[in-house]
Design a protein around this ligand. Structure first.
Ligand code: ZN
Length: 66
């Protein structure tokens, strides 16, 4: 299951979506991954931001709290 992909355009409900650029912004222990889509039906662009923990950083995060 592709959790990060929208099924429908939030503006018009169309399902013909083109995936655009994916930007990754590292912010300390986490990264913001910004997905961009373009709807072929109405031409709108929209984004989704997914915040993920950097790989292997779980231990470091715990260390911060000691
Ligand atoms: Zn649309």
């Amino acid at each position: 299951m592709e959790e990060n992909s929208p099924l429908f355009c939030p503006y018009c409900g169309g399902a013909r979506l083109l995936e655009g650029e994916i930007s990754e912004v590292p912010l300390g222990q986490q990264s913001w991954i910004i997905y961009q889509w373009n709807c072929e039906d109405c031409g709108e662009y929209f984004n989704k931001v997914v915040i993920v923990m950097a790989e292997g950083e779980t231990r470091s995060l715990q260390d911060l709290w000691e």
